[in-house]
Every structure is written in structure tokens, then in C-alpha cells.
Write a protein that binds this ligand. Structure first.
Ligand code: GLY
Length: 568
């Protein structure tokens, strides 16, 4: 096609697409995402990004915008945005100090190691994934309040005002939401025993108003964090849950606390990468993989080339084998973190690697306990005008969590209990391997793969990045960082680029379908790798913000979702 015609069409697309909506002082180039001067929010919904930016424009900082964005996602993206789930925050303040907040769900006090097994020791189908027994103690409200209380500037009422308005006035569902809601139509009815707000044969463009959620948010706005854990909302929630057969009590809610954690920080070339520590596996696995691949000339090999894929896949395999055996809630199990991320250990771990053939999983393997992690979660990144940056990943676990919808309160509850290892030795649907370290115990947090990550270059903020995708989260974040750093893609190109994934077991390279060259796939198969393109139509929905050399910000809003970058 004529170069000028291509340019014209690309500009037309960039102006007509809702992917990259901007407020003020923005420009869009062909290969770059939205560019802004001072601040940006990138999230799964335009309404949430807009509300986050509105709070920044009112003088709020990234932590005020976090509360607003996260609550707006709970309204407009109930698939994964939530009050009934949990998440992780990784932050870098303007002064360069970094930290992490764990607001992961916890197992109820009445939970037990074998609670999902029948009398013969077999897993009871669906018990940990659907309905009341799947629900962990939600951490989201505790998390956003703890972060805002420590670092935020605005009043809670000011932050929640636009979110409450969004719930009251409603939002228009997108085509992607229409498809998703239709897929879940029958399971919503089956789990809830009746039609819920989302069982209305909704079509793209229809407006969803959630007055119950608006009322819940008003009470939280008036009474603060404890409204959710000890107040009227807590009582309504527990009454509802127990009427459905849940073991969750008021004591469970009252005892919940979000926890500050030391994040995992490591060097890769001239980058300092900071990511989530246990109970997420994200930071340790990312550290392991990047340390194992650092000695290889990926840039010379080329983006998504045979050699690059081999090196990355073999490092991923080794890291996920370690994940399965060693990782769990650090409050309950001793994790040999120093060893797992040491150069000596990781060099030795890659010893058996050769370009001649795939290393067999038996030569790497560790534990024999299996757990499942779903693909549905959501990530947002925020940079504020004061120089603070955050990366936040939050989840209900499965799409719409346990599917259990608390009608009176207006939100879905998680099915995060399924991220524990229910039973040793049996591959589950996703085939992700876990171990004793991730077995169920009262008040324990279940292992996660969420990898909210901040990258610095030469001591300055460089990138905030993260994604949903269950076990593929870690490898999607990895590839996005490599795409920018090694292969010099723009932030938007980096999040849009085709992705592959290996998690040790099942013994396969998952690839996004119709994205990789047939010849490349044949070469990999000839070396002994199994390619699976049917498992995941998409791998991750990455959102990120990159600081360019001139100090402006580039948003990367993944084309795989309705994700949108907004800023000023
Ligand atoms: N539920 C997905 C995760 O925590 O990794």
C-alpha cells in the first residue's frame, strides 16, 4: 500500500478507535500509544481510567487515583474489578523509595487442608471454584484504604464521589462485555438460583446501573474501611454468605488486614526491576527467569526468534518448577528466597540447557501437587504529576469470581480458595503444579501469580507494567519488559506483540494462535517442543506506562481488551 495512504489510514484509526482516549495535552503517533506530559492511568475500562485521571486533576496523587480507579473497575468491569476480591500494589515514590502492599484474600478460620476432598480423598468437582465454599476473605477494601491512608492526599468522599455517580448513572457495555456476559448467563442463574443484574440479555451500548453497589460505596465513603469489615456491609455480607452455606463469619472479616511487604528487586542490564513478593510468585519467578536469560544475546537473536524462544522457554520451565515446590504464604511457610534468586543457583539451573533439544521436564521437576489458576484478573498502572508510580493487579480469580453475586450489596465474590493446592499429585484443568507450601490452612493466603512491576532505568522511573492471565501473568510481564528493553518496541507495540508461555507442566509452549510463523513452530517441534495454540486464544491483557527520554509518558493499553490509556 502507498506509504501516505497507510499513514492516513493509521491516523484515521487512531482518532476513531476508543482504545486510546486522552484528555488534554496528548498526541498519538502511529506506533506509540497515548503520549502525555504529566500523568496517566491505563486500565481495563475507559470509565476507570477517566475517573483515576479526574482524581489526579483534583490534586490527588497515585494512591488517591488507585482507590478511585479500583472502585470504578468494580463498577464497570465486574468481570475482574471488585470489592469481593483482592490484589497487590507495587509502588515507587517520587523520592525513589519502593514498597509493596499485599491485600490478597485469606482462607476462612473454619477452612481445612482437605476441605475440597471427598471421603475417598478425591477432589469434589467445582467446590473450590464456584459458589459459597470457593470464597476467600476479600482484601480489596482493606488494601485501597491502607494505601490511601499512608500516602494519599484527598478525602475519601471526594475520591469515591465520581465512582458512586458512575454506579448510579451507569456505564455502557462494550461488545467484548456483551460476549462475555452472554457466556456466563446460565452459570449466573445456576449459582445464584435466580436472575441477577447481569442476566438481562445485555447488548453492547446498553447501560448498566448498579444502585446496590452505589449504596454500598456510599456507606463505605461515610464510615470508612471498617464499614466493609465490621459495619452494616459486613453483617449483610456474612448473613448472605451463611444463608448460602459459606463458612465465612464476622470474625473472619473483622480479622482481615492488608500487609506491607518488601517487594522483590533485582538488576537486569541497566534496569532495576521491582515486583511482588510472596504470597505472589510473580516477583521471584520474574527474577529467576530474567537472571537465567541475562547472559544470552536476545537482542542479537531477535524478537520471537527460534533462539530467543528457546532460551526464554527453558528459563520459564525451571522457574515454574521451583514455584510449584517452594512458594506459598510467607507467613506460613519458609521460602528459601535468597537461594532461589542467587546467581550461583540460577547459573547451575541453566547448566543443562542446549540449543539442540528441549530439556525434558523430568530433568527439572520438583513437587507433585497441583493447583489451578484462572486467566481472569485485571491490572492498572498509574503515574501521577508528583512523580509517584504504581502498578496494581487485582482479581476475583475466575471471571466474575465464584459467580456468587450479593444482590443487596451489588458485587460478585471471589473464588480465590481455588488458588490453593487442594490435593497433591493430580493435574487440574490448568495443569499448574503446586505443593505443600501452598496447602490450605485457616487465615493463610493462597499463592498468586500476579506480577505488578515497576522498572527503573539509571535510577529513574522507567515503566509500570502488569497483566491478568493466571499462570501466564509472569511470562507476559517478562515479554513486555524484554520487548521494550531488548527489542526496542514502543510501549504500545510491546503490549500488543504476540506472546508465548511455558510453565514447566503441562510440557508445552502455549502460543497465541495465528501469531507465530509456521516455519518457526516447525523448527521448535523438531527440537522436541510441543506447541499448543488452542489453550489460550489470548495470553494476558497487559497495561503499562513507559517514561520516554524526554520525560513524557507513553501508555500501552492492550488491544486484546477494552483497555484505555488516559492522561494529561
Ligand atoms: N487468581 C490469579 C492469581 O492470583 O494469580
Amino acid at each position: 500500500m502507498n506509504r501516505f495512504l497507510t499513514l492516513f489510514i493509521a491516523i484515521l484509526i487512531s482518532f476513531t478507535s476508543c482504545k486510546n482516549e486522552t484528555t488534554t495535552s496528548t498526541s498519538v503517533s502511529i506506533n506509540r500509544g497515548v503520549i502525555t506530559e504529566k500523568a496517566m492511568v491505563v486500565s481495563a475500562r475507559v470509565e476507570a481510567s477517566n475517573i483515576g485521571v479526574e482524581i489526579l486533576k483534583q490534586g490527588g496523587n497515585a494512591f488517591d487515583a488507585m482507590m478511585a480507579t479500583e472502585m470504578a473497575l468494580a463498577v464497570a468491569y465486574p468481570y475482574a474489578g471488585n470489592l469481593g476480591g483482592g490484589g497487590f500494589l507495587v509502588y515507587r515514590l517520587a523520592d525513589g523509595s519502593k514498597g509493596a502492599l499485599d491485600y490478597r484474600e485469606k482462607a476462612p478460620l473454619a477452612s481445612s487442608k482437605d476441605m475440597y476432598l471427598d471421603k475417598n480423598g478425591n477432589i469434589i468437582k467445582d467446590k473450590s471454584t464456584v459458589g459459597p465454599m470457593a470464597v476467600g476473605i476479600p482484601g480489596t477494601i482493606a488494601g485501597v484504604f491502607k494505601a490511601q491512608k499512608r500516602f494519599g492526599k484527598l478525602d475519601i468522599a471526594a475520591i469515591l464521589k465520581p465512582v458512586i455517580e458512575l454506579a448510579e448513572k451507569g456505564y455502557n457495555i462494550t461488545k467484548k462485555q456483551e460476549v462475555r456476559i452472554a457466556e456466563y448467563d446460565s452459570i449466573f442463574k445456576a449459582v445464584n438460583g435466580k436472575e441477577i443484574l447481569y442476566n438481562k440479555n445485555l447488548k453492547a451500548g446498553n447501560t448498566i446501573i448498579n444502585t446496590s453497589l452505589a449504596e454500598t460505596l456510599k456507606r463505605i465513603s461515610n464510615n470508612g474501611r471498617d464499614e466493609f469489615y465490621k459495619g452494616e456491609t459486613a453483617k449483610k455480607l456474612v448473613t448472605y454468605l451463611q444463608s448460602r452455606g459459606s463458612i465465612i463469619t464476622l470474625e473472619d472479616l473483622a480479622k482481615y488486614e492488608a500487609k506491607w511487604r518488601d517487594p522483590i528487586s533485582f538488576q537486569y542490564d541497566d534496569l532495576t526491576i521491582t515486583s511482588m513478593s510472596p504470597p505472589s510468585s510473580g516477583g521471584i519467578c520474574l527474577n529467576q527467569i530474567m537472571t537465567m536469560i541475562e547472559p544470552f544475546d536476545l537482542k542479537g537473536f531477535g524478537h520471537n526468534s527460534l533462539k530467543t524462544i528457546q532460551v526464554v522457554v527453558e528459563a520459564e520451565k525451571r522457574a515454574y518448577a521451583d514455584r510449584s515446590f517452594y512458594l506459598g504464604d510467607p507467613d506460613f511457610v519458609v521460602i528459601p528466597v535468597e537461594t532461589l534468586i542467587s546467581d550461583i543457583y540460577l547459573t547451575e539451573r541453566m547448566q543443562g540447557f542446549t540449543y539442540q533439544n528441549a530439556t525434558s521436564v523430568e530433568d527439572i521437576s520438583h513437587g507433585k501437587i497441583v493447583s489451578y489458576e484462572s486467566d481472569e484478573t485485571t491490572h492498572y498502572s498509574i503515574v501521577d504529576p508528583f512523580g509517584n508510580a504504581i502498578a496494581v493487579t487485582t482479581t476475583l480469580n475466575g471471571g466474575y469470581g465464584s459467580k456468587l453475586y450479593v444482590e443487596e450489596l451489588g458485587f460478585f465474590l471471589n473464588n480465590e480458595m481455588d488458588d490453593f493446592s487442594s490435593k497433591p499429585g493430580e493435574p487440574n484443568y490448568y495443569g499448574l503444579i503446586g505443593a505443600e507450601a501452598n496447602s490450605i490452612a485457616p487465615e493463610k493466603r493462597m499463592l498468586s501469580s500476579m506480577t505488578p512491576t515497576i522498572v527503573e532505568k539509571n535510577g529513574k522511573f522507567y515503566m509500570s507494567v502488569g497483566t491478568p492471565g493466571g499462570s501466564t501473568i509472569i511470562t507476559s510481564v517478562l515479554q513486555t519488559i524484554l520487548n521494550v528493553h531488548e527489542f526496542e518496541l514502543t510501549m504500545q507495540e510491546a503490549v500488543n506483540a504476540p506472546r508465548f508461555h511455558n510453565q514447566w507442566l503441562p510440557d508445552e509452549i502455549r502460543m497465541e494462535p495465528n501469531s507465530f510463523d509456521k516455519n518457526l513452530k516447525n523448527q521448535l517441534e523438531a527440537l522436541g517442543y510441543t506447541i499448543n495454540e488452542s489453550r489460550s486464544p489470548i495470553i494476558g491483557i497487559v497495561d503499562g506506562i513507559l517514561m520516554l527520554e524526554d520525560g513524557t509518558l507513553e501508555g500501552g493499553a492492550d488491544k486484546r481488551g477494552d483497555d484505555t490509556a488516559v492522561g494529561f
